[in-house]
Design a protein around this ligand. Sequence first.
Ligand SMILES: Nc1ncnc2c1ncn2[C@@H]1O[C@H](COP(=O)(O)OP(=O)(O)OP(=O)(O)O)[C@@H](O)[C@H]1O
Length: 342
Amino acid sequence: MLRLDEVTVRFGDRTALDAVGLDVAERETVCVLGPSGSGKSTLLRVVAGLQRADSGRVLLSGRDQAGVPPHKRGVGLMFQDHQLFPQRDVGGNVAFGLRMHGMGRSAARARVAELLALVGLPGAERRAVTTLSGGEQQRVALARALAPRPRLLMLDEPLGQLDRSLRERLVVELRGLFHRLGTTVLAVTHDQGEAFALADRVVVMRDGRVAQTGTPLAVWQRPASEFVARFLGFDNVVPATVRADAAETAWGKVALPAGTSPDADRVLIRPTGVRLTGPGEGLRCTVEARSFRGGSGSSVTVLLRPESGPALEAACSLREAPEEGAEVGALFDPAEVVPLAG
Ligand SMILES: Nc1ncnc2c1ncn2[C@@H]1O[C@H](COP(=O)(O)OP(=O)(O)OP(=O)(O)O)[C@@H](O)[C@H]1O
């Protein structure tokens, strides 16, 4: 459906996109994830035709989009601040693109009713948008973007403004909705939780380049680099000298999973792979802090200050969590060790 082929965009001496390649299949939801300034919005703007590429090609359904204006690309856009027209009512907002595409009044009315029902706001046509909550406005913006049946729907930080619980609920709804409708979606967000919940596939960007792409599970289980690991919130990363089935690190010898590449020069140890024991065993550490994470497992993150090497996080249940100031030993589960290169 969508292909970016070596797309480069420069602003003066700044390269916002650096030879980016990306494919989105029909009916797939792809989330582009990355820190501020990594080029996510520029990527969407290039696909929408709002930004010219300095080199490379954007193809939609196999057709090169060079010279095709935004309104002829058949893509729907929904931006972070959802930009509803405050002077129009809900129905007027959703009908906007339909009228632009020349749809007749009664057909547009039927389509608006259908879309409002779909996003969970049936019968809201006559409401003023200023009377809607943030989440309701988001749904109206989504209905407006979906109304002209775009072949590709692009979302820029779609849930950025909403509070966490609403975001978590909406993201599940969106995923269900997109699958039901068979919509092809390219979304960008800096929130990894959102991306992982929404996407069939995630693309992690760094400085205008693709750092990693894969299913949420694959990226989560096997971050390709220290950058991706840290971006996902894993901070237990340490330089390592890899030898056969173990690595020398400042945290001592760490057993590696079978098949570790000799190119690996650091390791990530997931907090769930740090097992706490008595101070006579494993890496000796002092418990610096504990923070309650909640969740069904009553999980606690324990921040450890090891006798050597950087700080270390361990995840354990509330029942097992040692007190602050306690001396403990840390052992590493090889299944939770991820070798990283660069
Ligand atoms: N119109 C522009 N003129 C000059 N520089 C720009 C322009 N648009 C973007 N940039 C630069 O290009 C880089 C990528 O910006 P972009 O907005 O695509 O990043 P982003 O990942 O979407 O960031 P954010 O999450 O903060 O929105 C940044 O360094 C930005 O400063």
